[in-house]
Design a protein around this ligand. Structure first.
Ligand code: C2E
Ligand code: MG
Ligand code: MG
Ligand code: MG
Length: 279
């Protein structure tokens, strides 16, 4: 742990990194308990199809509020969970919740896909694909209702570990869709579009947020949309907050948008309300 903290010996640790270490081990300890008691929650954020004007999918986003620590946001929680291996348990929890929810909506005639964020670490488990397929059948959830969001970091590492790609292909054959999340921020390589079964490209919100400020960004986004189209890949813009952004994205012929303009992440009941209001 000393090496992780960046020091050469304990004595060199500043009080600030001591605090960070303490918080990390507290989070780890409490998270273990929370997972055991299923004390986490999944919120859903709608994705609006610009062609039909309908909400066609939702992204599942994990939420955790601990009695002792308070709210631990995903940007803090996920990296710690990845480091400690608890990400696999978070993943199992979110996958099960999402599959149950998708199956329930499906039963009630609500046609919504659910998009789940998964880390590369989860796919290092050679039984990952099998266990996802198991959850699908146990929850009676059609595979076609589930999307998996991976990042460019995932893509980079998957390339070197062929069994990860094998598992992706297996899931794809069963009808699961893969989404490349946070596109353009990491190790973007067009090679991944060739290598991996990506059907949706999600332009990172960083670009969308500077959309109105910079003409360069506008050209960049327009180019990304055109690139995706030419590859027969659906384009989604995330982090859409304003009507102006929406208008430009429509002009660029972006397919799907997600962001606070439509709704922040909410619980399943609220999603049902949004869908009903839409009709
Ligand atoms: P992400 O997958 O890129 O998810 C989008 C994030 O942007 C979410 O933050 C969402 O609440 C936020 N967001 C959505 N629309 C807007 C908007 O219009 N404006 C702004 N400013 N933000 C918006 P969240 O829920 O805090 O999640 C952060 C990241 O944590 C996610 O980024 C994802 O990488 C990770 N994450 C969240 N839930 C899970 C999970 O269940 N498993 C894994 N492995 N990662 C997760
Ligand atoms: Mg995502
Ligand atoms: Mg994203
Ligand atoms: Mg992100």
């Amino acid at each position: 742990n000393v090496r992780e903290a960046g020091g050469n010996n304990i004595a060199s640790l500043s009080s600030k990194s001591h605090k960070a270490l303490n918080r990390k081990s507290l989070i780890e300890k409490r998270l273990l308990l929370a997972l055991d008691q299923k004390n986490l929650e999944v919120l859903y954020q709608p994705q609006l199809d610009l062609n039909s004007g309908e909400i066609i999918a939702v992204e599942a986003l994990v939420r955790w509020e601990d009695e002792e620590i308070g709210v631990v946001p995903p940007d803090e929680l996920i990296p710690i969970a990845e480091e400690t291996g608890l990400i696999n348990d978070i993943g199992s929890f979110v996958i099960e919740e999402a599959c149950k929810q998708a199956a329930l909506w499906n039963e009630r005639g609500v046609n919504l896909k659910i998009s789940i964020n998964l880390s590369v670490r989860e796919f290092r488990d050679k039984n990952m694909a099998k266990s996802i397929l198991n959850t699908l059948s146990q929850t009676n959830c059609p595979a076609s209702l589930i999307q998996i969001e991976i990042t460019e970091k995932f893509a980079l590492e998957a390339e070197a570990e062929s069994y990860i790609i094998k598992q992706m292909r297996l899931l794809e054959n069963e009808g699961i869709t893969f989404v490349l999340d946070d596109f353009g921020t990491g190790y973007a390589s067009f090679r991944y579009m060739q290598l991996l079964p990506i059907e949706i490209l999600k332009i990172d919100q960083m670009f969308i947020h500077s959309l109105m400020m910079s003409e360069k960004t506008q050209r960049l986004i327009k180019g990304m949309v055109q690139f995706a189209k030419s590859m027969n890949i659906t384009v989604l813009a995330e982090g859409v907050e304003t009507e102006e952004q929406l208008q430009l994205l429509k002009e660029f012929e972006c397919d799907i948008i997600q962001g606070f303009l439509i709704s922040k992440p909410v619980n399943a009941k609220e999603i049902k309300k949004l869908i009903n209001n839409q009709k």
